[in-house]
Structure formats: C-alpha cells, structure tokens
Design a binder for this molecule. Structure first.
Ligand SMILES: C[S@@+](CC[C@H](N)C(=O)[O-])C[C@H]1O[C@@H](n2cnc3c(N)ncnc32)[C@H](O)[C@@H]1O
Ligand code: SF4
Length: 452
C-alpha cells in the first residue's frame, strides 16, 4: 500500500463532494447486479458449474415470489397473489427443481434461507413442505445450518410459527418499515400499528434465537421525530438485529423520486446518522450501512452451525427469482418487476419440467472477481483484509484498484492492522461507493438493460 498520497487534495475533495451529492445510487445487494445478467451463448450444465466449486460450505436459498399486495417502494421479484392453489403449484415446481439439483449439493449447507416476497404467505403445511424439500431432497441438516425466514406482520400466526419453531429456524426477519399508520399507507402498505404489535407479541412469545426487524427511512411525510419514534418502537421489542433501509424508488415502483421525504434537501443521510447514534447508545453494533446487531451472548446459541465465510460461499438458489452463485458464474431466472413480466416468468417456471441448465447470468472474469472481493469486504464493517486479497489473487489491491487511495486520502476508509475498513461516515456512503467501484463493462451492461 502507498504511504504517500496519490491524488492531489483538490481531486480528493471533488470526489467526496460527488459522493455527498448523490449518496443513494444503487443498492449493490450483490456484485455484479442482476441487471448485468444476460442470456449465455450456450446454456451451462449445472454439473459443470458445481463440480469444481471451491467453497467448503454451501448456502441454500429458496425464493417465494408472492405477497399479499405490492408495496409502493418494492422492486423485488414478487407478485401480489394470495391464491393457495397457485402457491401449491409453485411449491410443486420447486420440489421438481430440488430433485434435479440435489446431486450438485456436494458440500454441507451452512445456511438455509427462505426469502421473497413473503414466504409466510404460504399455508403452514406448504411452509412445512419447503423444509421437507430442504432436508429430505437437498440434504440440509437443520442442526448444522443456521436457518432464516422472512415474514410480514399480517402473515404471522401460531400455525406458521409452530412450523418455523419445529423446523429449527434461528432467525425470523420481519418487514415493518414504519410504526406510523399514515406512513405505511403512503407506501401502499395498509398496515395498522396494532397488527404489527400483535405479530411482534407472538414472535416474542416464540422466542426465536434472532429476531430481525426492517425499517425504512425517507418515507413520504416522515420527519426526524417520526423516524426516531419508529426506531424506538422497534427497539422496545429488543430485536437482536435491525436493518435500516434508505427509501429507494425505481422504474416500475409505484412511488416516484418526488415522494421521498425531503426538507428541500435529501434528508436520508441525516436520518441515517441519527439512527446510528441511537443504536450505538442502545448497544447495537454497525455491521454495514443497513445492518445493526447486538453481539449475541455465547449462551444464547441453541445450536452450533457450521462456519461460513462471507467471501466464500457457493449459493444454490431454488425457486423463480432466486440467484445462484458459483465462484465464477452467477445465474438466475430472468428478472422482472412489472406485474406482466413477473407473472410470465413465474408461469414459465411453474410449467417447466427441466431445471437442469443455467441459461441466464454472468460469468465473472479475473478482474470482476477482484472487484467483487473488494466490494464485499469494504461495504461491511469487517473490512477488506489486504493479505487475504494478496493470498487469493497474487497482487496488491491498491495496485489493481488505485482508486482505493481516494477512500484513504478522503478519510472515508483507514487501513487498520492490514484491514481497509470504513466507519460510520464511509458506510453511510456505501451505495455511492459500491456504484463507483462497478467496472466499466458491468456498468455498460446495467445501462443497456431494459427492465421488462
Ligand atoms: C422481502 S422484504 C421483507 C419481508 C416482507 N415481504 C415484508 O415486506 O414485510 C425485504 C425488505 O427490503 C426492504 N426494501 C425493499 N425494497 C426497498 C426499497 N425500494 N427501498 C427501501 N427498502 C426496501 C424493506 O424494508 C423490506 O422489508
Ligand atoms: S416489501 Fe415485502 S410485502 Fe412489500 S411487496 Fe416487497 S416483498 Fe412484498
């Protein structure tokens, strides 16, 4: 790493001003973003993709792309559809897919997650089937894997929670967004605070090892006071983890950029910083821009799941809309957000008999693998371990990506014992820094992508 400065002070300040002018560019949930995925020239055989996967453990993900209604901010792959027969046929398809994929699950699963959409929209017996598929077909050992399920307040009842408890779920994650009824209705989420409290009461009674709650800041009509009120309400339930999302609007979301709360200026950074302070005072540690958690006491662990490294996993995604990651190839079903596109992608998935190939995704070059490694480290409080980078790629991260010097020279990241790490301010700019680190080829693909 360089000791002397690489950029002149003027350039560093200008770069920092650019970040501050547009902190919310894109949520890089994973790199490369799915809008960079394309149809492969020739479908890839799953056997070839998985047989040399170096990860020591795998992550099993199941995607349930149904919700009661579509929220005004949401651009996830999901369809408002409450019909039980539709859900049943979807689980049938997921089971067919699992039967074809199971032979590639050659490493133990360290994690299993059911996400969506709203997985708990499924009936209790359908949820139970998902665990049967995971255990009996995919070979998941629920004693060795940490298991996480996403849910929403109106779908919480005893029947479903009994299933989650019996099947060894360690983490339940519930979207709340706001405890204020007017704010929820402004995002087309007809959600009564009493309904949220009923769900939280039941969840608390079942006492899952980890409860996560999602909140959003920047909602239409939200003020700093109302934001901190929702945060305090959430904290009063003592969740082990809390995710705070800045509101994003997108092409195809019902909410538009003008709906984001403002006082003549973007207030999201202000709300983020206020929440960070409050969470710190309440004993929560920051792990990324969105994730805050309390360190669980050792005795709280009810099982000892296998270790997994966040840079290391092979992820098998079952279901329509799920992504799968091998080290060199990321693949998925096609992506859509509009009702028509989502409906037709799900219909194709449910009608299919053969799930044995990957025809849509992204093949990571050596350069993209380096960027992915840097991004994953940097946007997490764990930071980028420079010796690990060197060990893996044989080169120095600062030589490969000299622009990293802007991070250190601006003070947004500091090398600490060989780990390049960002603090509260830097993490607050994660979405701008993530966007800035996207390679030119990936950016080009993302720009060309036309969302169906
Ligand atoms: C799968 S949902 C959580 C479970 C459930 N479907 C629900 O909404 O209660 C994922 C979370 O992502 C967050 N999210 C999704 N799209 C967002 C956006 N455009 N802006 C901010 N947060 C968003 C929300 O906090 C939401 O709870
Ligand atoms: S936020 Fe949750 S409930 Fe709302 S549309 Fe998205 S996935 Fe469905």
């Amino acid at each position: 790493m360089t000791e002397t400065t690489v950029y002149d002070a003027e350039r560093v300040q200008a770069w920092k001003r650019e970040l501050a002018a547009a902190p919310y560019r894109s949520y890089l949930y994973s790199y490369p973003h799915k809008t960079a995925y394309r149809t492969f020239d020739r479908p890839k055989r799953l056997e070839d993709l998985w047989k040399n996967e170096p990860a020591e453990t795998f992550f099993l993900y199941m995607h349930i792309p149904f919700c009661g209604a579509r929220c005004g901010f949401c651009n996830l792959f999901t369809l408002p559809d409450k019909r039980e027969d539709v859900h049943e046929r979807y689980v049938d398809a997921l089971e067919r897919q699992a039967r074809q994929w199971a032979k590639f699950a050659v490493k133990p699963f360290a994690r299993f997650a059911i996400g969506g959409g709203t997985p708990t929209l499924l009936r209790a017996d359908q949820l139970s089937r998902l665990f049967d598929i995971a255990e009996n077909i995919m070979g998941l050992n629920p004693d060795l894997a940490s298991i996480s399920v996403e849910t929403s307040p109106e779908t919480i009842d005893r029947g479903r929670l009994n299933v989650l408890k019996e099947r060894g779920v360690d983490r339940v994650s519930m979207g709340i967004q706001s405890f204020i009824e007017a704010e929820a209705s402004a995002i087309y989420r007809p959600q009564k605070p009493d309904e949220v409290r009923r769900a939280l009461g039941l969840l608390t009674e079942y006492d899952f090892p980890l409860l996560n709650l999602d909140l959003i800041y920047g909602l239409p009509g939200q003020t700093l006071d109302s934001w901190l009120y929702s945060l305090d309400e959430a904290l009063s339930w003592e969740p082990g983890e809390i995710f705070l999302y800045p509101l994003y609007t997108r092409e195809h979301t019902i909410l538009k950029p003008g709906d984001i709360a403002s006082r003549g200026e973007d207030i999201r950074m202000l709300f983020y910083l206020a929440a960070c302070e409050r969470l710190e005072a309440r004993g929560y540690e920051q792990f990324s821009m969105r994730r805050f958690a309390r360190r669980a006491p050792e005795s709280a662990a009810v099982k000892r799941p296998l270790d997994y490294g966040c840079q290391e996993e092979g992820m098998m995604g079952l279901g329509c809309g799920a992504r799968s990651y091998t080290q060199h190839v990321h693949y998925a079903s096609r992506y859509g957000v509009s009702r028509r596109a989502t409906e037709s992608i799900i219909a194709d998935y449910v009608a299919a008999e053969d799930y044995g190939g990957a025809d849509y995704g992204f093949e990571l070059s050596a350069d993209e693998l380096r960027r992915r490694f840097v991004l994953k480290g940097l946007l997490h409080s764990e930071g980028l371990t420079l010796s690990e980078y060197r060990g893996r790629f044989g080169t120095d991260a600062f030589d490969d990506l000299p622009e990293l010097n802007l991070l250190t020279e601006s003070g947004l990241a500091a090398p600490d014992g060989g780990v390049l790490r960002m603090g509260r301010e830097g993490l607050g700019y994660s979405d701008a820094i993530g966007d800035w680190l996207i390679s030119d080829p990936v950016r080009g693909l993302m720009r060309e992508f036309v969302l169906p």
